[in-house]
Design a protein around this ligand. Structure first.
Ligand code: PEP
Ligand code: MG
Length: 593
């Protein structure tokens, strides 16, 4: 992510209203000026003449930037080594080798001294030359290496320009952020910046960027393909996060209509607030729990204000993002205790860390492991924790300590087999024994659960249910792994179908098998927050719905308008005859108020 593009004039488009459709990622309507962040694709910099007496200083400036970049890379290498092991540092080693290559160490210096040019220009010229040569290489492997050289070049350039430590975003006024892509850590910055909303070229509905936007209650539309080419700095944008529509420079009457729509929605929201202290009970008296998903302790205010019954999923990855060192036990503890205390008399389910996939550690690499080809299938969730028990134990200790201050449950993500559950439980037992010896009080009966988000787990749910106290269905991942559809890829978004018969069967089987052995089942994936699907899920026997706080009131209204008996018949009917036509027809018949 780079600084905003400079102001551009575009006489033909300035007053044209253009409509684009993308994927609605976070509800709400934003109206504001565009702030476009372009992807930095080259190293174009200015050239100026350096006077002879300053050449030495210019070379020193370049060498200092090189040393700084190397220091940064070595720091990243240590972190990755500690966290993910030797096999994951290859990419960083490759970067360090480029830093030591004569192309950088000798040619650039020669260029500065012989041609008396500034270091930025000499560097970008050397890198551009190397990229051009590699582009022409017949071998794919060599052609691909040009990206590494460009990356390293950019890093040195950032140090040369003193921009290495600048935050990703630098918004100076309220605006709608327009970007090719936003990572979850970019999105976290938006919490404290002046963003009205955001739109991106790429991304999917259940990407963590989209989920974060919902937590932050920022309207967002993703997967707009090439919107960054169409929007110009300062254009007026309307972002409709309900329908996924984006309008560029709309007419005044359209803006007025959207403003009215915004007011109507706000009034409806106020109306729903009246349900805040009402239970999530169906018309025929069936009661379910309606909890909220949070990404940080700051979200807890919203949990309480929207009338959720505790936290059904506390994602802890965000404690690890946007920082250089791993969080300490005390940081973990304080983070959890704030939530545990605030949601009393309800409980909080703290999910152990699930870094990986699209939630990347901010080592400045853009990839959790630095070299994972397929991070969603890689070292994430419980796999990472079991491989690095020293990191896992710190988190478990903190969660156990927090369990003494509120009602806390532990949940393990990305479970694919029974051995992982047993291994995780063993570590928890060891940590408990250690804490008893140390005299640290904790909840001896703390409940332990797992996420059902990998098809293999859903298929052996009868065995898994015996090992745990509860389960929570993570449909965001369950859908992507069952259907083989990347959750962050807009090109296959139409195939990401929660109502696919395979998904419905796995959900039904999970609740059925868990209930047989007296365990409860929740759902914390985004599917739980779709009011049109509430009837089916209720009918399949879900005990808890956990959704982004802002979605709680509408979901409560929906549940309170349904009959459990009807929902059960609906679920049975659909499972018997799971065609798209039947599902759509039945859903229309049981529509919410
Ligand atoms: C899920 O996969 O449905 C889930 C809730 O976990 P996450 O979105 O954090 O992967
Ligand atoms: Mg998941």
């Amino acid at each position: 992510m780079t600084d905003p593009l400079p102001q551009q004039s575009h006489p033909f488009e300035k007053n044209a209203s253009r409509v684009f459709r993308g994927i609605p990622a976070s509800p709400g309507i934003a109206i504001g000026k565009a702030c476009v962040f372009a992807e930095e694709t080259d190293l174009a910099v200015g050239r100026w003449q350096v006077p002879p007496e300053s050449i030495k200083a210019e070379v020193t400036r370049f060498r200092n930037a090189l040393a700084e970049t190397k220091k940064e890379m070595l720091g990243i290498q240590q972190q990755v080594l500690k966290l993910l092991g030797k096999s994951h540092v290859r990419l960083i080693e490759a970067y360090i080798l480029i830093l030591e290559d004569p192309l950088i160490t000798k040619d650039v210096v020669k260029h500065i001294t012989q041609n008396r040019v500034n270091a930025e220009y000499a560097l970008s010229d050397a890198v551009a030359g190397a990229v051009k040569t590699l582009e022409a290489a017949p071998d794919e492997y060599f052609r691909e290496r040009r990206h590494d050289i460009l990356d390293v070049g950019r890093k040195i350039l950032m140090h040369l320009m003193g921009r290495a430590k600048q935050p990703t975003f630098n918004l100076t006024e309220r605006c709608v952020v327009v970007a090719h892509n936003l990572t979850p850590s970019d999105t976290l910055h938006l919490r404290t910046h002046l963003s009205e909303g955001f739109i991106t070229d790429i991304g999917g509905k259940t990407s963590h960027t989209a989920i974060l936007a919902q937590s932050l209650e920022i309207p967002a539309v993703v997967g707009l393909r090439d919107i960054t080419r169409h929007v110009h700095q300062g254009d007026i944008l309307i972002v409709d996060g309900y329908s996924g529509t984006v309008l560029i420079n709309p007419q005044a009457d359209v803006i007025e209509n959207y403003k009215r729509e915004k007011e109507i929605r706000a009034a409806k929201g106020k109306e729903l607030e009246k349900l805040k202290n009402q239970p999530a009970t169906t018309l025929d008296g069936h009661r379910v729990s309606l909890a909220a998903n949070i990404d940080s302790p700051e979200d807890v205010k919203s949990v309480v204000s929207h009338g959720a019954e505790g936290v059904g999923l506390f994602r802890t990855e965000f404690l690890y993002l946007n920082r250089k060192a791993l969080p300490t036990e005390l940081e973990h503890y304080e983070y959890y205790v704030r939530v545990a205390r605030s949601v009393l008399p309800y409980s909080v389910i703290i999910r152990t860390v699930d870094i990986g996939g699209d939630k990347l550690m901010d080592f400045g690499l853009g990839n959790a492991g630095g070299s994972e080809q397929n991070p969603f299938m890689g070292l994430r969730g419980i796999r990472l924790c079991l491989k690095h028990p020293e990191i896992f134990r710190i988190q478990i200790r903190a969660i156990l300590r927090a369990s003494n201050e509120g009602k806390v449950k532990i949940m393990f993500p990305m479970v694919s087999c029974i051995e992982e559950v047993r291994a995780a439980r063993r570590i928890v037992d060891e940590v408990k024994a250690e804490m008893r010896r140390e005299g640290h009080p904790f909840d001896e009966h703390i409940e332990m659960g797992i996420m059902i988000e990998i098809p293999s787990a859903a298929l052996i749910v009868d065995q898994l249910a015996q090992e745990v106290d509860f389960m929570s269905i993570g449909t965001n991942d369950l859908i992507q792994y069952t259907l083989g559809v990347d959750r962050v890829n807009e090109s296959v978004a139409d195939l990401y179908n929660p109502l696919h018969p395979a998904i419905l069967r796995l959900i039904a089987q999970t609740t059925w098998e868990a209930h047989k052995v007296g365990k409860w089942v929740g759902m914390c994936g985004e599917m739980a927050s779709e009011p049109e699907l509430t009837g089916i899920l209720l009918g399949m026997g879900l005990d808890e719905f956990s959704v982004v706080p802002a979605a709680v009131p509408k979901l409560k209204e929906t549940i309170r308008g349904l009959r459990y008996g009807d929902s059960q018949s609906l679920a049975q009917d659909i499972l018997k005859n799971p065609t798209v036509e039947n599902i759509n027809q039945k859903l229309r018949g049981l529509s919410s108020p």
